[in-house]
Design a protein around this ligand. Structure first.
Ligand code: GDP
Length: 366
């Protein structure tokens, strides 16, 4: 039988197992553009379907880059660096040169110092033992940095293939769609969605007669908030435009709730500012620490939402992570959601995040 490839996600089309990757009804094979059921649903109904593929399978597939020769473009989400920079990248890509592309630049405040941000990204990569050739800041939605990245890709690939590698949800599909659109004018070549895990299988797009741009499956990072919320909630918490910093002057023993998703308790320290960087649609509530538990019990799903009330039984309980922050600006980062910058008088804080979602700290780059 002739082999068909889904033009959305690159999976090999099969017509027998509806819950596995690449399933399409036999009738779909007659169409000009063949899509698996999953991509078809996504494209026409904006609806996400889970397919059963394990992280180990993802890793095994992507690691095949080790045995190939080319340039790796590692796309990360600068809004969620800790959650999207792949610590095992050298293992995945072998000796191939790497360009680090920090995506979603459009979300950061305009005042962002890009050089400082690039330096910080280099530093983070080198801490993980990742050797990079170059760092570029881009917005695949708005187009910032795309020309610079295209030039650097041409320079470093030296006539070889280009592998696009990244955790799900960093904007890989959006980036490739944009590249394709800019080079051919064709829109929607690869499915873009709010949900992680859309791209299954390698998709090879010819760059010239001999070489390809290769879209690789996104490796799922289970510590991302995206895995613990519904599609509707994810749309709400995903920032869509420049984030407006929201500043709170807090005294010790005060608490901030970001929706009902995460919470930060200021336990001890002098009065200081806490600057919140989250989607502008998310409501932030300030309360006294002594009232914080009760407020949550009474109002989660309503005043404190998302999570929305119909999702409460699926939303994990909040768990506490304690941090002592020294002098100097420090960010408390909630991967995939945003961060709170503490202005550096020294503070003891407790960050609460849904069980399974990590919390990290870093020196501020803003
Ligand atoms: P993939 O899983 O890595 O292929 O990610 P997608 O391309 O599907 O993008 C995931 C989400 O991030 C979608 O909601 C995109 O609209 C959004 N996104 C991608 N690139 C950008 C960007 O440059 N800026 C902003 N604001 N959103 C982006």
């Amino acid at each position: 039988m002739e082999q068909h490839i889904c033009q959305g996600c690159g999976s090999v089309i099969q017509t027998e197992y509806p819950d596995e990757p690449g399933y399409a009804p036999v009738s779909a094979l007659e169409k000009d553009v063949i899509l698996c059921k999953r991509c078809f649903r996504l494209k026409h109904y904006n609806e996400i379907q889970d397919v059963s593929i394990t992280d180990a399978d993802f890793l095994k597939m992507v690691s095949s880059i080790r045995d190939r020769d080319g340039l790796v473009v590692h796309i990360i989400d600068i809004f969620d660096v800790n959650g999207t920079l792949l610590s095992n990248l050298p293992r995945i890509t072998g000796d191939n040169p790497i360009i680090l592309a920090g995506n979603k630049l459009d979300l950061l405040p305009k005042s962002t110092n890009e050089n400082k941000l690039k330096q910080w990204l280099r530093h983070e990569a080198s801490q993980l033992g990742i050797k990079i050739q170059d760092v570029v800041l881009i917005s695949s939605v708005k187009g910032n940095g795309m020309d610079e990245l295209k030039q650097k890709i041409e320079r470093y690939r030296a006539g070889k293939d280009v592998f696009i590698v990244g955790v799900t949800n960093v904007g890989k599909s959006t980036f490739i769609n944009r590249l394709i659109k800019e080079s051919t004018g064709e829109e929607n070549a690869i499915t873009t969605s709010y949900f992680p895990g859309t791209t299954l299988g390698f998709i090879e797009i010819p760059l010239d007669a001999e070489t390809f741009l290769v879209d690789t499956p996104g490796i799922v990072n289970k510590q991302q908030m995206a895995h613990y919320v519904s599609e509707k909630e994810l749309k709400m918490i995903t920032p869509k435009k420049e984030i407006k910093a929201r500043v709170y002057q807090l005294n010790e023993q005060q608490t901030l709730y970001v929706g009902g998703l995460v919470r930060l308790d200021f336990i001890k320290g002098g009065k200081q500012s806490f600057i919140c960087y989250f989607s502008n649609d998310l409501t932030i509530h300030r309360t006294k620490l002594e009232n914080a538990d009760e407020l949550y019990e009474k109002h989660v799903g309503e005043l404190l939402s998302p999570p929305y009330s119909e999702q409460l039984d699926k939303f994990p309980p909040l768990t506490a992570h304690s941090f002592k922050v020294g002098k100097g600006k420090t960010d408390i980062v909630f991967p995939g959601l945003g961060w709170i910058s503490i202005q550096g008088e020294g503070a003891t804080v407790v960050a609460h995040s849904p069980k399974g979602v990590s919390v990290t700290t870093r020196k501020s780059f803003l």
